[in-house]
Design a protein around this ligand. Sequence first.
Ligand code: 87F
Length: 727
Amino acid sequence: MVELDALISKLSTLGFNKVPVEHSAVENVEEWKKALGTVSNGLPENYVLTKTLIYKPKQPKSEPFAPVVIVAKDDTVFNSKALGTLLKFKDMRFASEDVLKDTFQTVKGSVSPFVLGNVSSEIIGNVRVVIDKALVNENNIAFHPLDSLRTVFISGPTLKAYIASIDGLEHVTELDLASLAGAAPAPAAGGSTKVAKKPAATEATVAAKTEESAGSSKLGIEASKETDFSKWYQQVVVRSDMLDYYDVSGCYIVRPTAYFVWQQIQEFFDAGIRALGVRNCYFPMFVSQRALEQEKDHIEGFAPEVAWVTKAGTTDLAVPLAIRPTSETVMYPYFAKWIRSHRDLPLKINQWCSVVRWEFKNPQPFLRTREFLWQEGHCAYMTKDEAYTEVLDILTLYRRIYEELLAVPVIEGVKSEKEKFAGGVATTTVESFIPATGRGIQGGTSHYLGQNFSKMFDVVVEDPEGTSTDRPKIHVHQTSWGLSTRTIGVMVMIHGDDKGLVLPPRVAETQVIIVPCGLTSKHTDEDRRRVTDACLTVEARLKKVGIRADSDLRDNYTPGFKYSHWEVRGVPLRLEIGPKDLEKQSVLSVRRDNFAKASVALDKLESTLEILLHTIQDDMLIRARKAFDERVKLVLKWDDFVPTLNSKCLTMIPWCEREECEDQIKARSTRDAINDEAEDEKEPSMGAKSLCLPHNQPQDPPIIPGQTKCVQCGHNAKRYALFGRSY
Ligand code: 87F
């Protein structure tokens, strides 16, 4: 069997001179990406992942055993039947574990081109190797050298040289595998590219099925939301095409499906702030050290997360530049310049941008990423009242984004002294909750900064009430507020299910997917055309009334495959149209949120679907609100506090609001949780934090000043506070 050292030394003779990087064992591409994401040294800037598939085609007994080894880019989808035809094999089947073991001396999960070195001299001459053309020009192609605990990165030429160096290997082909995905017959004359043709088990249908069942293309969701939440979340965001992993740890690609959600949020919020008189602008992303340190006190705690640019090419910069983690220090010097008189007030600006915070905690798609998209609003006023009114107006917009767009319920409130933004006077917040983990999550914050920053940055106006000889300076009252793409993560976590993403209609790029169905080999071409035409007509009618509809007329997939495809991607409503529906002048609708089916009369198509989409949107919020409400428990004695957290709930407690008490709550709830045998091992026994003091206070029982005591320390309680484990 080929040993690692021998392999590396062989590769080195072929121009390869790097050490393999080590990581945790991986079973599939997603885990591989994640494992590489945690590697800090030795990773190339850009690399591509791969899959090596071994087939054992069905052959007449008289022919010698001829396995096929396909080395492909991990995201190359190809038609294995078409490939079989090309290689003159009838039926391509994945090789059994026995073949992997006996012929290639490997196991599932560890297959790479290097196993070719293990094939005996009797068999190697019959092995067919196919190299995906998409790989040959790559510089860094990732493979497991013999097991899944390591990855080597080799270039296309090195890969080819390695394969060419295998003694006795005769059949090596380079193929544009992806082009085999569409190897079905050309569209009928006069038809658009969308015209569906006979789905009678076309080659690609078979291929899609084979790949699916072999688990190599990983189309559906395998992890359960209930039992393995973090794996479930990763699979959902990737397999729904919301996001992809990137080769810089903690950074992710926001793909169009997710970016569309963000754009809906942008549109809604932009209209809202415009109505409040806020104008959009853009400031540079770089901050000089001098500017950043101008407000040393507040930046101090955050300093470890600030990323710096220190070089241009090979030249050291004379002064390193920070990349904005937030823009107070970027903007406020210009507030000081632009605001001279009370007539320059209020100044209300907002910017949409990305910020960088180099966190070292475990990254999580959308929730904790090193670069993220957000908006940051910064305003200056003459008085506290005006400023605070705006703080609350913005908070209302944040609540409405969650509730009206994302169908996510939130609780509005104000942060405790410990949890507020240290640079400000008060932080208001919208808090949400992930029932699956029992943890709270901050959704967006709107700060009243008071005069803290205007004093640091000297943002002053002359007192309009003053006299010509005595015009005292007045420091302006400021606000700042921010909402990020974390919103999208919260939405996914709350609504997603074991089949994948569930999108609220208001933010779904495709609201209705139309799938032709019910066509069998008994149907004529004319029947097919009628169904296709009906799909396209329905699509056009829906688009005309502003419903985002699309038809899936791909001819190489079965209806069932398409249903799963769009379910994983969270499309709110599916319409199935077949010959029988057309006879009845109706179509069948299937809801993504609860799978309810209904027959929709074609003559009432538009109005029925408009109502149905609104109903789905409303039902999703109602369902999520019920789940939230059920898990916020009024806790009136300490003994119930930790058991309530352990039952994946948040607690609402009468609280004294003292910082010392909050520290004690955190410490006691951590310790108690560790001692609690019933605690799920997977759940962190993290202590509880205060999430907010809700604006809308529980009334039953009311807090009676001087009488109601704090649940933790027995001091007088001031208000109810929401406490819980949180993100
Ligand atoms: C990380 C590094 C440096 C949060 C940071 O909430 C600085 C900071 O100032 C930092 N993380 N913050 C607080 C941000 C406050 C405020 N900024 C405008 C917001 C909303 C938008």
